[in-house]
Write a protein that binds this ligand. Structure first.
Ligand code: SF4
Ligand code: SF4
Length: 298
């Protein structure tokens, strides 16, 4: 049911600041950005790094035998594995929506893809996308190889690691290119970490859904939260659906649907319909199946 609105004296607009309407978008990009920065800084400044090409490791700027550097690297990997398990138990795929740099870059690629592959995209734009994906893949691959080797090895034919490193790099480049080319579809369908988080016990303490006082008809023809959901869900009702691709299992708790609904509704002086809830309000089968009482014209 639509809430009553007084356009002349818009209380709703006064209630929601710019921050309220963009909170999750800003916070996520800051968190993703900081994590990526750490992933660059730590090996670049040799805080922790192994250098297979020179058969040595670095811990806090000190050169140590190669094997000594493996310990901290394994601990760092273990830390991320445990973090995924804990976050998954608290709020589902929050790791995917807030921490994984692969997810972040895939999301940026997806936006780019939509921009370039819009209904009027030309062949030139497609070529542009192939090239941009190549450059982004190169940077992304270098970010990871920087942890295990001195990157100059790729230019020194005499180094015994020259050929193995190139082979490893070409393999990784292929996988990353595929990931970034398909954008967020990678996270929806292919990512092993994502699949793991769908099939292990998970819990969503906070779920995005439509406020209990609202119904699908209140949206009119909007559909903006659906268009903006990086996981291609219908955020209004997906929490009621038990499905790997269409249901809560796929939600990465990014909060973009919450931001989007505010950005659509508040300027129109209407209360946003999307909220976080701990307990889902009861809904009938029509709502869960997405049936509205009006018929969209487009
Ligand atoms: S953004 Fe809000 S108004 Fe638009 S479809 Fe989603 S829930 Fe409805
Ligand atoms: S339903 Fe909302 S929180 Fe979940 S992935 Fe989609 S936009 Fe993000």
């Amino acid at each position: 049911m639509e809430q009553s609105v007084n356009i002349d004296n818009c209380e709703v607009k006064k209630k929601y600041s710019f921050w309220d309407m963009h909170k999750f978008t800003i916070l996520r990009n800051v968190v993703y950005g900081l994590i990526t920065l750490f992933l660059v800084i730590i090996p670049t400044f040799k805080i922790v790094k192994i250098d297979i090409a020179h058969d040595e490791s670095w811990i806090f700027g000190k050169s140590v035998p190669l094997e000594d550097g493996l310990g901290p690297l394994i601990i760092a990997g273990g830390f991320f594995a445990i973090l995924i398990i804990i976050l998954n138990l608290i709020n589902g795929r929050v790791f995917c929506g807030w921490i994984c740099p692969g997810g972040w870059v895939a999301e940026i690629q997806e936006k780019l893809k939509r921009k370039l592959f819009g209904p009027r995209s030309s062949k030139a734009q497609r070529l542009e996308y192939f090239v941009i994906t190549g450059v982004v893949t190169l940077l992304f691959a270098l970010l990871f190889f920087n942890w295990v080797t001195d990157l100059r090895v790729f230019f020194y034919k005499t180094n015994p690691s020259f050929i193995p490193m190139w082979l490893a790099f070409i393999g990784a480049f292929g996988v990353f290119y595929f990931e970034l080319f398909i954008g967020k579809r990678w996270c929806r369908v292919f990512c092993p970490t994502g699949i793991y988080q769908k099939i292990t016990p998970y819990h969503h303490l906070y779920k995005p859904t439509m406020a209990s006082w609202a119904n699908l008809d209140d949206c009119g023809h909007c559909r903006e939260c659906i268009k903006n959901c990086p996981m291609a869900l219908d955020p209004r009702r997906m929490a009621y659906i038990n499905d790997f691709y269409k249901g809560l299992q796929a939600c990465i708790a990014c909060g973009l649907c919450i931001d989007t609904c505010k950005q659509v509704r508040v300027p129109e002086c209407k209360e946003p319909l999307m909220v976080w809830v701990k307990d889902l309000p009861p809904r009938n089968q029509d709502f869960i199946e997405g049936k509205t009482h009006h018929h969209p014209t487009h």
